[in-house]
Design a protein around this ligand. Structure first.
Ligand SMILES: [Mn+2]
Length: 302
């Protein structure tokens, strides 16, 4: 199940929206339980501010705990509104509860890829986790301005590739990231200065070897056009400008890709449109597996 951009703590003018957040988070927990979800991926912006009020932090912690109880595991990455320092502080305390927080971009073997088992222990998923990358960490602002944007796209693509090369081919392979993909439609509530379109990745950044890409950052739920596999923005949960927009998306692998038999030859890439999504949760994922590169990961310090 894929969700993102909770922005807990966000207010509507002076109006406190705690009751709304409680209600939507209750709904997510109920979906995770009723759909027998094995993993919840939260693709960033759990909180609305880096220095969040304690009651907002407590609401998020409670939601994560209940989601982990329902699904077994939660993987959550830092978005541009979250505090990496807070996530770092909480990560070791929450790990034993099945809540895996990824505060910073790390190489696959150093926390950039996390692997979790399904509730029945029969299968596993590995998640390439790509927390928010600020353009200031990438762009040389002394260079020509047209190079700024190209440099950002190249870096995002390199990080996605390196992380996804670290995914275990015997598992369900998921990429989660908090970045803007060019062409995505904003949904309202994003702070325009922090969401592209200048600092944008392209759909090609999503490697064709994953089964699903769970993205956050853009608040309107949508498919990523032009991606080689099924990739989505789940959308944000607080309603801001578009009351008709669906509040949350989910996916599950109640029908999982079959585990390849031992010694079976590597098969071809997964078909476009790939894996179980919200619109067709019962659709079979098929047995296809993407090839996994055996080359050494390229350097993508960031
Ligand atoms: Mn957001």
């Amino acid at each position: 199940m894929h969700t993102a951009d909770w922005h807990v703590g966000k207010k509507l003018g002076r109006i406190d929206r705690r009751a709304e957040f409680e209600q939507v988070l209750d709904e997510l927990v109920a979906i995770a339980r009723d759909q027998r979800v094995d993993l919840v991926v939260v693709a960033g912006d759990l909180l609305d501010r880096a220095i969040a009020p304690y009651d907002a932090i407590s609401l998020v912690l409670d939601a994560l705990r209940r989601l982990a109880d329902a699904a077994g595991h939660v993987v959550a990455i830092v978005g541009n509104h979250d505090s990496a320092v807070l996530f770092e502080l909480l990560a070791p305390l929450l790990r034993d509860m099945g809540i895996l927080l990824v505060p910073r971009i790390r190489r696959p073997g150093a926390g950039g890829v996390v692997t979790v088992a399904s509730r029945d222990g029969a299968e596993a998923a590995s998640v390439a986790a790509f927390p928010f990358l600020h353009e200031a960490e990438v762009v040389d602002f002394m260079a020509e301005s047209e190079d700024w944007f190209k440099g950002y796209d190249r870096r995002v693509q390199g990080i996605c590739r390196t992380l996804c090369e670290g995914l275990d081919p015997a598992t369900v392979k998921v990429l989660t990231g908090h970045f803007f993909v060019a062409g995505a439609e904003l949904g309202g509530g994003e702070r325009r200065i922090q969401v592209g379109p200048q600092y944008a990745a392209t759909a090609q950044a999503i490697p064709p070897t994953v089964h699903y890409a769970a993205l956050g950052h853009v608040h309107r739920p949508q498919e990523i056009q032009g991606a080689a596999v099924r990739a989505r923005y789940s959308g944000s949960i607080p309603r801001s400008t578009s009351p008709s927009a669906p509040t949350a998306r989910r996916w599950s692998w109640s029908r999982r890709p079959r585990r390849p038999r031992r010694g079976s030859p590597p098969s071809s890439s997964p078909p476009a449109g790939g894996c179980c999504g919200s619109k067709a949760p019962s659709r079979s994922c098929g047995p296809e597996r993407g090839p996994v590169s055996s080359t050494a990961p390229t350097s993508t310090s960031g």
